[in-house]
Write a protein that binds this ligand. Structure first.
Ligand code: CTP
Length: 406
């Protein structure tokens, strides 16, 4: 093992599954942070990643056979199970979880899990039905009761075409959980996260513009896409301020949320969150507000409907995209369109002065208020048409693209 004096060490058990490739990225992140990695590759894992790539990235030998005489001579499985500060299983398959929960020891990975006296972290990955199956849930509960920690699984579209919880947590998230368990200093996290040290501002949800104490005007917006983007940016290490209109969604992990109601409050809160490296403006801001808000409830018996006059709200995106010392390096707007999506969105990009527009066709069934999105990424010099995906997947892709651009 790459032995760093005083450095922490992880025994990484890589199970089988499409997500096993992410174990390579996790290994890279750990090594970059100075954490030693000794890999154990299960037979099923070896169907998805090669021992050679795991060995190259970990800079160590890959252990894969319980009965290898040389390995047993060099280091027995008991010693192997204790040779690190933490045992990590990623991906943890339903099979590995079941074996560990029941104390089976038929191969090197399960024997190691049974023999270790070190803390264990599991990152499950499997089909959604397998994850939700009572047997798996029972096994997970048993392992939790035994003191095993878990990270993920995430919810999203799966390689098998189904949707739901079961996706392996992203490598930076597993990495963060490892660092936490190793009690390693925070700087180690910051070095390896792609958006480490970056600040992000995200606006989300609708705004609500009061007419009187009980009435108001608003836009339709669940806030889901903006919340997912804020969460995805935080998972990549960014310090995220989420300025949110009224929605009923939980605050994503690691995100600082500022609640506002009106467009003017949203603008003030967004300006207060600057400077930022990236601004993502997802909020469905009400374009108008009533000129004068009535101090008491308008009554019906006052001679017919009231005549309301409207004034235009400030454009938060255009205001913050205007050049100036505080303009975020990357300004991303959203456009909800019903026709001529690309042309309208491209015109909006120019009019509002932003760098990218993420455009979606809200007439597509299931987009408005739903969990899926079909988007176009429109940059100044090109357009990308992304496949329809869950709002969480779209958020992950956007966060990834932001990390590459910054
Ligand atoms: N936006 C904003 N402040 C406003 C209006 C819009 O920050 N007062 C932002 C939205 O968050 C989004 C982008 O501008 O990122 C485009 O919003 P959209 O409602 O599609 O654009 P509008 O300016 O309202 O244009 P139109 O109604 O003509 O389509």
């Amino acid at each position: 093992m790459s032995d760093i004096p005083g450095g922490k060490r992880v025994l990484l058990i890589v199970g089988g599954g499409v997500a096993a490739y992410k174990a390579l990225e996790l290994t890279r992140l750990l090594r970059k942070a100075g954490v030693g990695v000794r890999p154990i590759l299960t037979k099923a894992g070896a169907e998805f990643v090669t021992p050679l790539s795991l060995a190259a990235l970990s800079e160590d030998k890959v252990y894969d056979d319980l009965f290898s005489l040389t390995d047993e001579a060099e280091m027995g499985h008991i010693q192997l199970s204790r040779s690190a500060d933490l045992v990590v299983v990623a991906p943890a398959t339903a099979d590995l979880i079941a074996k560990a929960a029941n104390g089976l020891a038929g191969d090197l990975a399960s024997t190691t899990l049974l023999a270790t006296d070190k803390p264990v972290l599991m990152a499950p990955a499997m089909n959604v039905r397998m994850w939700l199956h009572p047997a798996t849930q029972r096994n997970v509960a048993t392992l939790k009761a035994d003191g095993v920690s878990f990270v993920g699984p995430d919810e999203g579209a799966m390689a098998c075409g189904e949707f739901g919880p079961g996706r392996l947590a992203e490598p930076p998230e597993i990495f963060a959980a490892i660092v936490k368990m190793l009690n390693a200093p925070a700087e180690e996290i910051f070095e390896a996260w792609p958006l480490a040290g970056k600040r992000a501002l995200v606006t989300a949800g609708p705004t609500f513009e009061p007419i009187d104490p009980v009435r108001g005007i608003t836009n339709r917006s669940s806030g889901r896409q903006g919340y997912a983007i804020a969460g995805a940016l935080a998972k990549l290490g960014a310090k995220v301020t989420l300025v949110s209109g009224p929605v009923s969604l939980p605050t994503p992990a690691g995100v600082e949320r500022v609640d506002v109601e009106t467009a003017r409050e949203m603008l003030a809160a967004a300006q207060a969150a600057l400077p930022a490296d990236v601004g993502v403006f997802v909020a469905a801001v009400a374009d108008w507000r009533v000129d004068e808000v009535f101090g008491s409830k308008l009554k019906k018996d006052k001679g017919g409907p009231p005549a309301l006059t409207f004034v235009e709200n400030p454009d938060i995106l255009a205001t913050l995209a205007a050049s100036g010392p505080n303009r975020p390096k990357l300004v991303v707007g959203f456009a909800a369109e019903t026709d001529d999506v690309e042309a309208h969105a491209r015109a909006k990009l120019a009019r509002k002065g932003c760098d990218w527009i993420i455009a979606n066709d809200v007439t597509e069934p299931g987009v408005m208020g739903g969990t899926e999105n079909a988007v176009l990424l429109i940059a100044k010099d090109h357009t990308e048409r992304w496949e329809r995906a869950s709002k969480d997947d779209v958020a992950r892709s956007i966060a990834q693209r932001i990390a590459e651009a910054l």
